[in-house]
Design a protein around this ligand. Structure first.
Ligand code: ADP
Length: 396
């Protein structure tokens, strides 16, 4: 079976053609500069092809992807009929979607209704869905939401302590993001430790970072909120911040709220603190060379991440497993070590040698650690493909 996984942004579109049973990716790539001019980067095995193709809209981008997938030289399938289903990443599913679902008109309408909650992402995701529908009208399409896996949170975790009318009238609440990644890691961890019932905290630490407290496979709390700005500090996002900071900055610098939020989303986090980079490799280099601001950015990131683990361990009444995933979580030995150093009081102990691991599944805790600590590389595309095939098969 072949599932085409699509992650559409406002001017870009990532794709992977994969077999959900084996996880084998036969081709993957990226369309960039949609609406500007258009460039396709297509990868099969170790080979990479880059083509400038006009892409006035997402429709031409999808067309370019399908054309190269069936291309006699660069392609991997003979006909687009070999694509059994398409799985779309959709960022915001609001309260309407607690799971992935087959796309029909009512689902499209519900995704549109969530645009006020996900104004940056949902419109682009819809463009990808509509383009696929028009070009492949007979191929089933599935929507997989970043928010859905978090819908098991209890009200005490998802409600903000503000007047109830804002929740009732406007659906203002914690939603959480990276749900597809948290779900993949939770399911994979259950396989790795051979248990279904256990309590874990997953640290998805990448350019965007989020934490999830998960009990028996169900999210109990997560660090991102109504938007992905909340939680631990990130590459360029501030993470949790006192709302009065916004008021102060807007008043003093004559900024609009939107301008201030752009600063909090794009110029803050470890980039803002270090003044050097949002990339943790640069921060580690800088800190090693004695740059105190780079060191502070790393210290702040590890400190806040560890605080979330402690808070979630309290929320879950103890944890059995701590997992690290995404770019920093999978590769950043320094960050993992520093975070775990704070957690010694909970009996967390990691093996310095095993902690050197990069991008591979590995238990990095010592045998006498009270909490198992694992590096579990995430695979959001595989999770999307698996959800897609399960829904398509169930509908047969
Ligand atoms: P995104 O949130 O964009 O999906 P990723 O999960 O791909 O981000 O993570 C990207 C980040 O991973 C980079 O910004 C970089 O800081 C970090 N990273 C990659 N390799 C390493 C490494 N060897 N050590 C520390 N951090 C790393």
């Amino acid at each position: 079976m072949n599932v085409l996984v699509i992650n559409a942004g406002s001017s870009s579109l990532k794709y992977q053609l994969m077999n959900p049973e084996t996880g084998d990716v036969s081709a993957k790539g990226l369309c960039e500069r949609i609406g500007i001019d258009g460039r396709l980067t297509h990868k099969v095995g170790g080979n990479k092809v880059v083509k400038d193709i006009p892409m006035p809209s997402h429709s031409e981008a999808i067309q370019a992807v399908l054309s190269i997938l069936v291309d006699p030289v660069d392609g991997v399938i003979k006909s687009t009929d070999e694509i059994d289903a398409v799985g779309h990443r959709v960022v915001h599913g609001g309260e309407k979607f607690a799971d992935s679902c087959l796309i029909d008109d009512s689902v499209i309408k519900a995704i549109e209704d969530c645009i006020p909650l996900g104004p940056l992402h949902n419109p682009a995701n819809l463009l990808g869905i509509r383009a696929c529908q028009s070009i492949m009208p007979n191929t089933p399409q599935v929507a997989v939401f970043d928010t859905a896996f978090h819908m098991t949170m209890p009200a005490k975790a998802y409600r903000y302590a503000i007047p109830t009318e804002y929740y009732k009238n406007d659906s203002i609440r914690r939603y959480g993001f990276h749900g597809t990644s948290h779900k993949y890691v939770a399911l994979r961890t259950a396989e790795l430790i051979g248990k279904k019932e256990f309590k874990m905290v997953n640290c998805h630490l990448g350019n965007g970072s989020s934490m999830a407290a998960i009990k028996n496979g169900k999210v109990q709390d997560t660090s991102m909120g109504l938007s992905p700005l909340a939680g631990v500090p990130m590459g360029t996002r501030s993470g949790d911040i006192d709302a009065c900071v916004v008021q102060f900055i807007c008043n003093k610098y004559n900024m609009s709220v939107d301008e201030c939020l752009t600063m909090l989303n794009k110029k803050s986090g470890v980039l803002g603190l270090s003044g050097v980079s949002s990339d943790f490799r640069d921060l580690e280099d800088g800190a090693q060379k004695g740059n105190a601001d780079c060191q502070l950015a790393l210290d702040k990131f590890c400190y806040e991440t560890a605080k979330y683990v402690g808070a979630y361990a309290a929320a879950l009444n103890g944890i059995d497993v701590l997992t690290f995933t995404a770019g920093v979580g999978e590769n950043g030995s320094y960050v993992r070590q520093e975070v775990c150093n704070y957690l010694g009081f909970m009996g967390v102990k990691i093996d310095a040698e095993k902690n050197k691991v990069r991008g591979e599944e590995m238990k990095i805790s010592t045998d006498d650690s009270k909490v198992e600590v694992w590096v579990v590389p995430t695979n959001e595309e595989l999770m999307i493909a698996k959800d897609t095939v399960a829904l398509v098969n169930a509908a047969k």
